[in-house]
Design a protein around this ligand. Structure first.
Ligand code: PLP
Length: 399
């Protein structure tokens, strides 16, 4: 282990809360799809900072935007107009989802705000509602409310009692969803592709059923695109292929290519629900994040990255499907550049470590699930190299 890494490990173990099971590596530089660690070793990044660096590392347009903005002004607060915030809102609303934006700092915070908006909407209608339907295995964040929305009971266990009112139905079970939504339901919140739950795409029929159920009872449909959005699925938002229109879309991860930024956009009348004093955040919609966001979204839209995510995602998926010939691989799932390999035994962490040794970064999203969320700029050669390394690593696993 090099000295720099040894020092980081020592400081971390002594001074930082041990909430992350870190891998034995520290990256110190990145460019495009490549990362370099503290010993100078090079890696192909098929994880993109957990789906964040959609344009790859140190993208020149984002770096330029951050440097230009930082040299002029970093913070004033939302007491005043913030030019890059207004520009990012225009860009998102005119190109991605029609409505009004609220800017936050994390995916959890965006979902929290969307859920608050749903409650206020019903309050304004004169019949307060607080019940929310979500999917089992879903992930919506780590605040008390978004943790309670999350359909993974093991994540709430030590923090009981959860925020009341959340009901969870199996993903893609239209009947269960339909019967869970009733006249007390304030909102339905769904990921179009479960991310932290193991990369399980929702069927178009399930999303359509959610839309109809919300219409039937007047509930708010919130689509959580924190992980699947910003072009990752090959569409700007993964719900698009289902043909539905949500009432609120939440986003974060890829919005500013690594500068903390999040947003929710509420369509039509939902965009008028939150009034001064109802909701706010000191840092949300700040100059740096929004300048980086404008550069990121503009680049995604102008450089054909949705098409690239679809094309390279398809190619990678085809290559990964060849791994089904190995006994250990039971399923390949996903869409665009959001992919998972399901194994027949809980060795995903061994696969991650072995890939790391071979200079390729992937992630164990579950004990037997290996996940990839590479930058949308991934090229054919890199995708094939990644698939070859995964194939070698999986073939080399001992029984
Ligand atoms: N929603 C989804 C779908 C996510 O994947 C995540 C994070 O992984 C979140 C919400 C929470 O986002 P954050 O970690 O930025 O709070």
């Amino acid at each position: 282990m090099d000295e720099r890494l040894a020092r980081m490990r020592e400081l971390d173990s002594r001074y930082v809360m041990q909430t992350y099971k870190r891998l034995p590596v520290a990256f110190v530089r990145g460019e495009g799809t490549m990362l370099w660690d503290s010993s100078g070793r090079e890696y192909l990044d098929l994880l993109g900072g957990l789906g964040v660096t959609v344009l790859g590392h140190s993208h020149p347009a984002v770096t330029q935007a951050i440097c230009d903005q930082a040299s002029r002004l970093i913070h004033t607060t939302n007491l005043y107009y913030v030019e890059p915030q207004a520009e990012l809102a225009k860009l998102l609303v005119e190109n991605c989802f029609d409505g009004r934006c609220f800017f936050a700092n994390s995916g959890a915070e965006a979902n929290e705000g969307a859920l608050k908006l749903a409650r206020k909407y019903h309050h304004l209608k004169g019949k307060p509602r607080s019940k929310v339907v979500a999917a089992l295995r879903s992930f919506h964040g780590r605040t008390l409310t978004t943790m309670s929305a999350t359909g993974q009971p093991e994540k709430w266990a030590p923090f009981q009692p959860v925020v009341p009112g959340f009901a969870h139905v199996p993903l893609n079970d239209v009947e269960a969803l339909d019967s869970a939504v009733d006249s007390d339901t304030a909102a339905v919140i769904l990921e179009p592709i479960l991310g932290e739950g193991g990369v399980y795409p929702a069927d178009g029929a399930f999303l359509k059923a959610a839309r109809s159920a919300c219409d039937r009872v007047g509930a708010v449909l919130i689509v959580d695109e924190v992980q699947s959005g910003m072009g990752r699925s090959g569409e700007f938002f993964a719900f698009e292929s289902s043909g539905i229109r949500p009432d609120i879309v939440t986003m974060a991860k890829g919005l500013a290519n690594g500068v903390p930024a999040a947003a929710f956009i509420a369509a039509g009348e939902f965009g008028e629900v939150l009034a001064p004093g109802d909701h706010g955040t000191t840092f949300g919609g700040g100059f740096l994040a929004c300048a980086a966001g404008v550069a990121t979204v503009t680049t995604i839209l102008q450089q054909g990255l949705l098409g690239n995510a679809s094309r390279i995602g398809f190619l990678l998926m085809e290559r990964l499907k060849d791994l089904m010939s190995l006994d250990i691989v039971t399923e390949i799932r996903g869409r665009g550049l959001m992919l998972a390999i399901e194994l027949d035994r809980p060795v995903a962490r061994d696969v991650v470590l072995s890939c790391l040794e071979h200079g390729v970064i992937v992630n164990d999203v579950g004990p037997s699930t290996v996940r990839m969320l590479p930058p949308l700029i991934l090229n054919e050669e890199e995708a094939l190299h990644g698939a070859t390394v995964l194939s070698d690593v999986l073939a080399g696993l001992k029984d």
